[in-house]
Design a protein around this ligand. Sequence first.
Ligand SMILES: Cc1cc2nc3c(=O)[nH]c(=O)nc-3n(C[C@H](O)[C@H](O)[C@H](O)COP(=O)(O)O)c2cc1C
Length: 248
Amino acid sequence: MELNPVIETLLNHRSIRKFKDKPLTQDQVRTLVKSAQAAATSSFTQSYSIIGIDDPKIKKQLRAIASDQAYVEHNGYFFVFVADQHRNRAVGEKNGAGTSVLDTTQRMIVALGDACFAAQNMAVAAESMGLGICYIGSIQNDIYKTAEILRLPEYTFPFFGMAVGYPDQNPEKKPRLPFDVVFHQNHYHSELSEESLKRYDQEVERYYQTRTGGTRRETWTGQITRGLSLPYREALRPFFKDQHLGLR
Ligand SMILES: Cc1cc2nc3c(=O)[nH]c(=O)nc-3n(C[C@H](O)[C@H](O)[C@H](O)COP(=O)(O)O)c2cc1C
């Protein structure tokens, strides 16, 4: 496999959930946001916004929403990635254009995608600077409250946060699915290789045991199956409707 510093950074990713008590500088924050902005964006719409959170009170409030995960409060900096059609709506309205196209599923997907591409650019930039990151989807646990705290207007969705900072832990890399399970040649192959999954389950089980000193015994297929038992974050659907996202 070909390696270079960028690919090595990508292959070395692991989520960091404990940071040193050292804030990022304004220059670092700017570098990260500029890197995020350099990502590709569907039809050049740039349908996302990034909210930088350094107010300890707001961090604390977001931590409470995010299942009390300490690293939402304690990090070098906290970003929230917002899928954002509000700005483009304002542009359209200013120019006297009808803006109902922003309510469509297609535009919602564009905004969600744009937020992801920007975020992952930031993640890679941060890791290339020796920083660590953790995505925080659990700001969606109380989506209305998150939107209220961040004073989000209609046509926006707070997709996830990203805690960034100097790592104060060095976790093992979390094993990914075998190459052949994820990569399909020419067309989709529905049959799953039992043997590959079994081997992968053993690998994941060993990973969790090492990470938790033997207290967590879990396989990947077990985790996926458990996740199917309950619907999750059901307020998202009404929230999207209220925000005029994906209505048609
Ligand atoms: C959209 C998204 C949301 C996530 N939300 C959380 C979260 O709320 N809390 C957390 O600890 N990790 C969160 N993660 C991190 C994942 O758990 C992690 O990426 C995954 O288990 C793989 O582990 P790794 O990043 O260490 O390789 C999130 C990741 C993504 C992409």
